[in-house]
Design a protein around this ligand. Structure first.
Ligand SMILES: [Fe+2]
Ligand SMILES: [Fe+2]
Length: 313
């Protein structure tokens, strides 16, 4: 298919493996889905130690279910990315372990205390939910299909995060102070989650033209702020003075871009942010530790006559 035809036909779930897509489309879609899949995995690895830290058995159960869900999201997305025929799941996992795979800014920051889990599970998952809801209308059908299940589970994650936040903000004075403190640390990172404003985002135009991306960074950030500023305030969190955020007459928000640390953001985007290198190396160690499982599961080692498993639905 010619790229002009792709642009003409672009619409929700319009293309699938049955279509012969041009390389430019397949590469752009692979880059986008691989980034998403990597982020699911790196988010899960960041949260995993907090299954132990969780303050009650209910929280432990809920937290371990969430972490498991995120790994599942990664798996679904690697399969959706693989359907474009550019990279295999193994190549993407290797790139992630070797520090080449890119992932969301928020998952490069080390997480040290329990109140931070609310920042991830409520605000970061809430921001992710905003973006993922629009991806159910992306033009690559396998990606949109994966989003159906992902969005369903993300809804639970956000509720779970909200429940942790509510518990902390109605807890002791110390808990409330700690939560406000980590909120101030995470708030600018969460606003940067949506990436730079549209004119600075290099991949935006093409992705939008071919229907991969259905809403701009600015629009998504606005939707998030409209929903989450009132929610943060409802639980007694104070919105930090910086970055300065102004509400326009039409209810939309304007963020003072200069108040955000874009140098840090772009260092992160290159996988060069020093405090986050431990997380990338952690992924490498984890991959090494389970290599024997991969080797055992190699198709050549499976007894003859066994039905070959199909890609995850
Ligand atoms: Fe997820
Ligand atoms: Fe999630």
């Amino acid at each position: 298919m010619e790229i002009d035809t792709v642009k003409e036909r672009a619409g929700p779930r319009e293309f699938s493996a049955a279509d012969e897509m041009p390389l430019e489309y397949r590469e752009a879609a692979t880059r986008m889905i691989e980034f998403h899949a990597n982020s699911e995995i790196m988010g899960a690895y960041l949260e995993r130690p907090f299954i132990r830290e969780a303050p009650s058995i209910d929280r432990k159960l809920a937290y371990s279910a969430k972490v498991q869900d995120e790994i599942g999201h990664g798996q679904l997305l690697y399969r959706a990315a693989e359907s474009l025929g550019v990279k295999t799941r193994e190549e993407m996992l290797d790139d992630l372990a070797n520090g080449k795979g890119k992932f969301l800014n928020c998952f490069h920051y080390p997480m040290k205390s329990w109140p931070e889990t609310a920042m991830i599970a409520f605000f970061v998952d809430g921001a992710a939910m905003r973006r993922q809801a629009t991806l159910r209308r992306t033009s690559w059908e396998p990606y949109a299909h994966a989003m159906d299940k992902v969005c369903f589970e993300e809804g639970f994650h956000v509720k779970h995060g909200e429940s942790i936040l509510a518990e902390l903000m109605t807890g002791s004075k110390k808990e409330q102070e700690m939560t406000q403190e980590v909120f101030e640390m995470w708030w600018p990172r969460i606003i940067q989650f949506f990436g730079p404003t549209d004119d600075k985002s290099t991949h935006h135009d093409f992705s939008a033209d071919v229907g991969l991306k259905t809403q701009s960074n600015d629009d998504l950030r606005n939707l998030f702020l409209r929903e989450y500023i009132p929610k943060a305030e409802k639980y007694g969190l104070e919105i930090p003075d910086e970055p300065r955020i102004r509400q326009r007459d039409d209810g939309t928000y304007e963020v003072e871009e200069g108040d955000l640390d874009w140098d840090e953001f772009f260092t992160i985007a290159k996988n060069e942010y020093e405090p986050g290198l431990g997380q990338i190396n952690g992924r490498k160690e984890a991959q090494k530790a389970v290599q024997w499982v991969r080797d055992t599961l190699e198709w050549e080692n499976v007894p003859e006559g066994t039905a070959k498993p199909q890609a995850a639905d």
